[in-house]
Ligand binder design. Structure first.
Ligand SMILES: [Zn+2]
Length: 265
């Protein structure tokens, strides 16, 4: 009896607090969605924060959100460790349903950012459709671009091929049409020198970073980015500084790697 009497009293006293806490809980779980009318249709968005991302999504994508959050953090950890860099701020990641929902131009991207109420900075866009097919590689690719923006802000001017090349390297997948280009050039002996690569040499850039990782490890990639960031007079100087070899020897080793890795067997 004593025990019952003791427990009954605080329970009753707690009840009003419990009810108000429940009301708050029900209220907040019933409406995590920010509603916004757009094009005559109401779009509802919610946010899932993780350590390094704020993921914006609509109710239809709720079933993907845990897997996307897990994979995004896994990819972030891998790239951040390889490049020894933490992004300056949390990354807004906007999740849509299908590839056709992804923005195709600046205007569409802006409309999606406004609708989702994501913060005003660079964004990652991801479709659940692509995520299901290639969970890690597309996130790794897009996230690498963000790391390059911070590590090599002058990449467009100093080494325009680097951002796409490093993104493809971390994405880890080789497009079959690009493999054909590499093999074709090897057959015809027309592999360009690394210091002459341009923005359109996507496949060569990808191969260069695969080579650097295989030959010098992640540290080699970091040293090369640091050498490029140093604003050296020529890209040949960046090769000498990063790898301690002449561009001629570097290119010879790269070609030898290509023959081993990409020879048509
Ligand atoms: Zn890219």
């Amino acid at each position: 009896m004593t025990l019952l009497a003791r427990t009954a009293s605080p329970t009753v006293r707690l009840l009003p607090h419990l009810i108000s806490a429940l009301v708050v809980l029900i209220w907040s779980s019933a409406s995590p969605w920010d509603a916004l009318a757009q094009n005559g249709r109401e779009q509802r968005w919610a946010t899932q924060p993780t350590d390094h991302f704020d993921i914006y999504y609509q109710p239809q994508q709720r079933s993907h959100i845990d897997a996307v959050a897990r994979e995004a953090e896994r990819v972030y950890a891998r790239i951040s460790y390889a490049l020894r860099h933490e992004l300056a701020a949390k990354m807004p990641l906007i999740l849509v349903g299908e590839d056709r929902d992804l923005p195709r131009n600046e205007g569409q991207a802006r409309a999606l950012v406004t609708a989702s109420r994501a913060s005003e900075r660079d964004h990652l866009f991801l479709s659940a459709e692509t995520f299901e097919k290639r969970p890690g590689s597309v996130l790794a690719h897009e996230l690498t671009h963000q790391f390059v923006f911070e590590l090599l802000p002058q990449a467009d001017r100093d080494a325009p091929w680097v951002s796409e090349a490093l993104a493809n390297h971390h994405g880890g997948l080789w497009d079959s049409s690009e493999l054909v280009k590499v093999r074709d050039a090897m057959v015809h002996g027309s592999v360009p020198a690394v210091e002459d690569l341009t923005a359109s040499d996507r496949h060569w850039g990808h191969a260069v970073f695969d080579f650097v990782a295989a030959e010098y490890g992640a540290q080699g990639i970091r040293q090369y980015l640091a050498a490029l960031r140093g604003g050296l007079a020529t890209r040949s100087d960046a090769i000498r500084l990063a790898f301690g070899v002449s561009p001629r020897d570097f290119n010879a080793a790269f070609q030898s790697y290509l023959r081993t890795r990409f020879a048509d067997r």
